[in-house]
Design a protein around this ligand. Structure first.
Ligand code: NDP
Length: 291
């Protein structure tokens, strides 16, 4: 039969996960601090435990999807984790994930940390492309790969329990940079008689067309040669920045989202890197001891 799952935390995400496991035929035991949130799932066949300890005792595979690391502490405090396969899908920092892995090991549990790259409506919808980054015990991941993959895709990123959180935050950080750029673009047209809905498809296509540049960046970081395959040199791009800043000014738009990036580009140029790509900005961001 299908692996039985215990799930602690029935927020928007936990509820979506429980629902897809139930639909896929997995016996599911749930617990939530606010019991009312378990009612709908009970009607769909979930067993509702009357405490976190009872829920943990019910199955070997224990998945937690709570608000934050502090709530994980509170919920698991009185539970016996010896021999358990603990999978923590609660968003955390790499340091919290590593700490939680040690904490779980001390209690006799195997530990896998997850970073969810999906929103609840993407759970149980494979074509939506969502997935979860996993890191920590490879053995646990392999053993439960199929069960973990039932609600949403899985991507294992290494034995270091902090890596799932790190990949998660890396991707989301890049997303915020993209949103910041799009916000500036929309702000530029706001005063004009331009339909934002006419700009949107152009913007989306342009972002998609530019996205593969990250492969060139990765190649340059690997080789250490930041001129490799460069199309638009740093010198040329810095020379263009006044056009961007003047246009913002003419449109009455604050340059505050663009300026910090332009400042880093100028800084790198001042170090004599005019023939390079934009990759040197990364070195300026990474703080090294003694620099
Ligand atoms: P919700 O806010 O919907 O649910 C939070 C859950 O945590 C609830 O079950 C809540 O219980 C429980 N909780 C909070 N504090 C405590 C506590 N001190 N003790 C016991 N239980 C507690 O959040 P989501 O379900 O959306 O998110 C869960 C995790 O998934 C988070 O770490 C989030 O970052 C992550 N995630 C969410 C995404 C999303 O789009 N929703 C996307 C990617 C990751 P109660 O019902 O009693 O309040």
């Amino acid at each position: 039969g299908k692996t039985s799952v215990t799930l602690l935390g029935l927020g928007a995400m936990g509820t979506a996960l429980a629902r897809t496991w139930l639909a896929a035929g997995h016996p599911v035991t749930v617990w939530n601090r606010t019991p009312a949130r378990a009612a709908a799932l009970a009607a769909e066949g979930a067993r509702v435990a009357d405490g976190a300890a009872a829920a943990v005792a019910a199955n070997t595979l224990v998945v937690v999807c709570l608000l934050d690391d502090t709530s994980v502490d509170e919920v698991l405090a009185g539970t016996d984790l010896a021999g358990k396969d603990l999978v923590n899908l609660t968003t955390s920092t790499p340091a919290q994930a590593r700490g939680r892995a040690r904490w779980a090991r001390e209690r006799g549990a195997r530990y896998l940390d997850g970073g969810i790259m999906a929103v609840p409506p993407m759970i149980g919808v494979p074509e939506a492309g969502g997935y979860v980054f996993y890191s920590g015990s490879r053995e646990l991941f392999e053993r439960h790969r199929e069960t973990l993959g039932a609600p949403v895709g899985t991507t294992y990123v290494g034995e270091d329990a902090g890596f799932a959180a790190l990949y998660d935050v890396a991707l989301l950080s890049a997303m915020y940079g993209m949103f910041a750029g799009a916000a500036h673009a929309f702000a530029l047209i706001r005063k004009e008689d331009i339909d934002p809905a006419a700009l949107a498809p152009l913007l989306a296509d342009w972002l998609v067309a530019m996205a593969p540049a990250v492969h060139r960046t990765a190649g340059q970081l690997r080789s250490g040669d930041y001129t490799e395959g460069v199309g638009s040199t740093l010198a040329m791009q810095v020379a263009g920045t006044p056009t961007f800043l003047s246009t913002a000014e003419q449109q009455g738009v604050s340059p505050e989202l663009l300026s910090p990036y332009f400042a880093l580009m100028r800084h790198r140029l001042s170090e004599g890197s005019g023939e390079e790509d934009l990759t040197g900005v990364i070195d300026l961001l990474v703080r090294r001891p003694g620099t």
